[in-house]
Design a protein around this ligand. Structure first.
Ligand SMILES: C[S@@+](CC[C@H](N)C(=O)[O-])C[C@H]1O[C@@H](n2cnc3c(N)ncnc32)[C@H](O)[C@@H]1O
Length: 422
């Protein structure tokens, strides 16, 4: 391509990325909604769509430091779409893209839009002052509604360490099945494999045969926490898209996988088909459904604020305000109470949430033990976990800043409970 001329495909990718950012940061839409079939990425090819998603994620992980840097060159913040063009340019420049090309493309993008054409001069003037190289200064902070309880629970230093991990794209972890081919990667102490380079996972050895699946290393610990499930009748309550269903089935359990969402269960069915693993799939509301016969074990991966997965979903701090948390805490407790009643005497239940908020984890454990006097707690005893991850009550608290030098992990709380025997 001629030097300085823009590439129309890259330009449409940038335009779509800005539209995604406008949706998330302007309209409060979730990123998944903006990048879905109906959203602004629909007309892009697979690789373009992947690039647009990568760029949007990079902006969302660093809106605060980007705005601080851009603010040096503007007297006041410009309208949202103009600001999003500048933010996109900032992450491209920070990622090492050629400044001349980025500036030209972003000025062109502004000129092409009715809302932004009069801002093309500003965009040009600002971007010419942006230095190449990584974004300076402190990383993005979590919003107050989330940060405050976390500082209270673990202190400022831990929260800053979590934020540092959230600023970077997460590594890709695989859960491996014995006897299948696996790609190159770092063997983590808990048994997951961390890929050296993500790329297109479906092209990696073992994918087509269903020899592994993508699952964060922390998420992969919930099923082992249930103990040996071979031959047991196990309910995976809130199962979709099914990472834990696959683990249970691969461990030899007779699995009933239940979820309220038909769309999410479609992904679970695809995962079962690819791996050749078997589970009985049930579409139902766990608050209304009841089993015909009790279970030996139950995994309850309850709906939650998902605040432990902000590095994968950096839109969350911009579209949520914490107002859903009380309702989720109530739903979690109701699902837990129902599920405990579906266990055989002596049966086990693992309660899990991918939340950083103690009220969705440690707090739920304390109140469940108070509501169910016969309930016993099984101490976590898993290969590779560190003593500091086990809470005073005997739950497992996993934080994004654990293994920070290896890329961190998602945030989870999980605990194994046992009902009284016969
Ligand atoms: C954290 S996700 C589960 C992730 C899944 N266990 C995995 O490992 O792939 C929570 C799930 O709870 C489901 N859910 C929410 N409310 C529910 C309800 N009342 N009954 C059953 N499932 C529900 C959601 O559809 C969602 O798929």
């Amino acid at each position: 391509m001629e030097h300085g001329k823009s590439d129309p495909r890259k330009d449409s990718t940038r335009a779509a990325t800005v539209a995604v950012l406008d949706g998330v940061l302007g309209d409060g839409a979730m990123l998944a909604q903006m990048t879905g079939e109906e959203g602004p990425l629909a007309a892009l090819s697979g690789p373009e769509r992947a690039r647009a998603q990568r760029l949007a994620l990079a902006v969302l992980r660093s809106v605060e430091p980007i705005d601080r840097m851009l603010g040096q060159f503007m007297r006041k913040a410009p309208p949202l779409t103009t600001l999003n063009i500048l933010r996109l340019a900032a992450v491209e420049l920070a990622g090492g893209a050629a400044p001349h090309g980025v500036v030209n493309a972003c000025v062109g993008l502004a000129r092409a839009g009715k809302k932004t054409q009069h801002q093309a001069g500003l965009i040009n003037a600002v971007l010419r002052q942006v230095a190449a190289g990584p974004l300076p200064g402190p990383v993005q902070k979590m919003p107050r509604w989330l940060r405050q309880p976390l500082v209270h629970a673990w202190g400022r230093e831990a929260v800053a360490a979590i934020e540092a991990v959230q600023a970077a794209p997460p590594p890709v972890d695989l859960t491996l099945r014995a006897g299948f081919a696996a790609p190159e990667g770092l063997a983590l102490p808990t048994g997951s494999l961390r890929l050296a380079e993500a790329g297109q996972v479906s092209a990696l050895p073992g994918y087509a045969e269903g020899g592994w699946w993508v699952q964060d290393a922390a998420a992969a610990l919930a099923v082992p926490l249930l103990g040996d499930v071979a031959g047991l009748r196990v309910l995976d309550l809130c199962a979709a898209p099914g990472g834990k269903t696959l683990q249970l089935a691969a461990a030899g359990a007779k699995v009933v996988a239940l979820d309220i969402s038909e769309a999410r269960l479609a992904r679970l069915r695809e995962n079962l088909a690819r791996t050749g693993l078997v589970a009985q799939v049930v579409v139902a509301d766990g608050l209304e459904w009841a089993p015909d016969a009790p279970f030996d074990a139950i995994l309850l991966d309850a709906p939650c604020s998902a605040t432990g997965t902000i590095r994968r979903h950096p839109d969350l701090p911009f579209v949520k305000d914490g107002s859903e948390v009380a309702g989720l805490v109530d739903l979690q407790a109701r699902l837990l109470d129902r599920a405990l009643g579906w266990l055989k005497p002596g049966g086990r239940l693992v309660y899990v949430t991918c939340s950083l908020l103690p009220e969705e984890g440690e707090g739920q454990l304390v109140s469940a033990l108070a509501r169910h006097p016969g309930l016993r707690l099984r101490q976590p005893d898993l290969a590779g976990i560190e003593p500091g991850w086990v809470t005073a009550e005997g739950g497992l608290r996993l934080r994004p800043d654990y293994w920070a030098d290896r890329g961190g992990m998602d945030g989870f709380f999980m605990v194994c409970l046992e009902v009284a025997g016969a």
